[in-house]
Design a protein around this ligand. Sequence first.
Ligand code: NZQ
Ligand code: ZN
Length: 385
Amino acid sequence: MLNFSFENQTRIHFGEGQISAITNEIPRDAKVLVVYGGGSIKNNGVYDQVISALKDHTWFEFSGIEPNPLYDTLMKAQALIKEHDIDYLLAVGGGSVVDGSKFIAAAALYAGDDPWDIVAKQQKVESALPIGVVLTLPATGSETNIGAVVTRDGNKLPFMSSAVRPQFAVLDPAVTLSLSERQISNGVVDAFIHTMEQYLTYSVNAKVQDRFAEGLLQTLIEEGPKALLAESKDDLEVRGNIMWSATMALNGLIGAGVPQDWSTHMIGHELTGTYGIDHARTLSIVLPAVMKVRQQDKHEKLLQYAQRVWHISEGNEEQQIVQAIQLTENFFQSMGMPIRLSDVKLGESDVDVLLEKLELHGMVALGEKQQVTLPVSRQILTTAL
Ligand code: NZQ
Ligand code: ZN
């Protein structure tokens, strides 16, 4: 196992009815900005629960954060923060609202000239307004982690800072019942691929991390399809297991002390930045190709994945790995996800565009051993055609 330091001090309130916990989580004298997206929270009762919990607080609201949040939208919140002297952000939504709130919180206290430098030049974020989260879409893990992704002019770029880790997160599986099938699938597959990015590298004999990761993968394989089936889609236990898996997949626990890949995500971000494809749908296209192209480098872990996650025992090592990749693709397809660039109507000419974007963003040595150079990314994208 590699050396590591681990912390995750986000307090979690899990379960039905837990939105009321925000009353005591946010200091009574705080001036709160409730941040949300396109309005789903007004249709499913979440907004009403939030304002009821904040009835004795002073609060304002900022809405309109779009999926894959845009820098220009997020910067509009700054005027409101100054005008009302806001000192607490409550993000109510999915990963885009949480990520957007993290950027708003960091930009509000940013000492430099241009907050875009936080992502473009990876300027260190030393401080940020405190953030609380009411999560409505289990997927990204953003509700307890230190990452966020922001887009400007087709450039989708991440930043990380412990200053933006939420102070608390409410995970109420009941609020996920209003999700569309597409968003349920996106969430399950995003969480699955977060786990894979931290698991499918090379072995460092980190047994706890490996077995936690395998447990998350198996839970998502078991529960994901149930959330789409008529007879089980409203089952709160199914929703709860998916929600907790998504948080656990990217809260730092399974990634502590192990090598991490993230090349699928970095290539996927270019697909979203350039063509607007949903985050998780870029990943379900890229990951199978990463598994195929990097089969030799990842041989040991791919075999472990085949045997422990899919219980494959027939055939030689090579055949077991090929079967595991096939089963992974079948799982994504059973969740209604695309697995090839052609599934989202992209072809060979788009590969050149994507490679230019990767180069522009300095994504030229990705993966657990920095071996995913531009020629390897080309091979991955060509394999995904
Ligand atoms: O905007 P509203 O109206 O709320 O609708 C949203 C949005 O249209 C809707 N939705 C959310 N909860 C709902 C709901 N609809 C009905 N009922 C509910 N309960 O779902 C749509 C998509 O929401 P979004 O927040 O964009 O989805 P997701 O949670 O998948 O977040 C994706 C963003 O997170 C980033 C992605 O790159 C992308 O920008 N990521 C953040 C990460 C992190 N911070 O650690 C890691 C991830 O890998 C990812 O990169
Ligand atoms: Zn992701």
